[in-house]
Design a protein around this ligand. Sequence first.
Ligand SMILES: Cc1cc2nc3c(=O)[nH]c(=O)nc-3n(C[C@H](O)[C@H](O)[C@H](O)COP(=O)(O)OP(=O)(O)OC[C@H]3O[C@@H](n4cnc5c(N)ncnc54)[C@H](O)[C@@H]3O)c2cc1C
Length: 347
Amino acid sequence: MIDWVGRSVAVVGAGVSGLVCAQRLQNVGCEVQVLDKSGDIGGRLATRLGPEGFWNHGAQGLAVSQPEFAVLAGDLVAAESAAFVGPESSLAGQPYMRELLRPLADEVECRFDCAVGSVARVAGGWRLLDQQGGLHGDFAALVLAMPAPQALGLLSTMRESASVTDLAPELARLVDSLAVVEYASCWSLLVQGPRLHSVLSELVELPVSGSDVIAGIYPQADTDYWVVHATAQWSARHLEEDRASAAQALLMELKSLCSAAAGFRVEQVEAHRWRYSTVSTPAALPALWSSELGLGLCGDWCQPAATQAVSDAHGAQAAFLSGGTLAELMGAGLAKGHDLGNNPTKQ
Ligand SMILES: Cc1cc2nc3c(=O)[nH]c(=O)nc-3n(C[C@H](O)[C@H](O)[C@H](O)COP(=O)(O)OP(=O)(O)OC[C@H]3O[C@@H](n4cnc5c(N)ncnc54)[C@H](O)[C@@H]3O)c2cc1C
């Protein structure tokens, strides 16, 4: 069992899986550095801020069915960073989605706007190079907490590292496990306009009938800010379209669904493409850890063994379970509890 006290670990990805893993490692005395290419935490539990509102343009609300996830959900609600909302009582960040993970992020050192471009195995562990040319490391271990195809991209940059030669079969094993994973894509439309709340309210009932373009229409906290998700089929067909054309097409479809189309006026509109939105083919493993490489992988693409207890874990719950399992595989199993705000190693 590795003694992590005082050892450094880089966690690339500040989504659910990365932050859960990071917090548990930190709780056993590890020096954790989280790096993310975005400007803040959340990953696909994403929020874009507008002048008078916000758009949660990724997940809207999370199912809580796993006992372990329910414990975290309870802690987050108690910390006022989340609440159960809507007719299905799903878990949502407060006041907006990405804040759901804030208590976890507060526990660890996070660095944002830092897109890791390549990773190299060196004698002491791991060295990372970001896309601005900044070097990070050396770290004793590396965790990649992101969609499997993005992790594969980073792994492909390490093949040339001198100290990987002997470990090539181990690396190939990890790559094979990741390669089976497939994701659905999703175009998301972010829209705001005067009185949009009254114009679109009739469309909130799901599923959206009569459209093979739009899968869901979501009011953002009863304001004139709305998020629209395209269907997986439409998103796949328009995956390489530019953002302006995708926004225009989705806007026209949205307008065509409104009975009060005359009142449909928008002031702000933008489209966001989630190339990797939700997992369609997961990997049949709960997380990946190679002690030889000092390399761990986790995310929503990991699927725990299909026991009764975890059979319906997908999306954020799967990511949560995977991040926690990876920490356990790394030897941080004793840090199973969340202990929000009670971390002795962080001032
Ligand atoms: C439109 C949409 C709707 C969804 N609906 C639901 C739902 O209803 N219920 C549900 O449970 N789940 C839903 N999900 C899925 C859920 O959001 C994800 O399963 C979960 O958030 C994934 O967490 P993660 O930690 O695995 O990955 P992510 O949240 O994707 O985190 C990965 C992080 O890694 C960062 N990153 C990637 N590459 C690099 C790099 N090279 N350098 C630095 N940082 C990098 C990214 O910026 C990101 O922050 C939805 C997702 C989308 C997009």
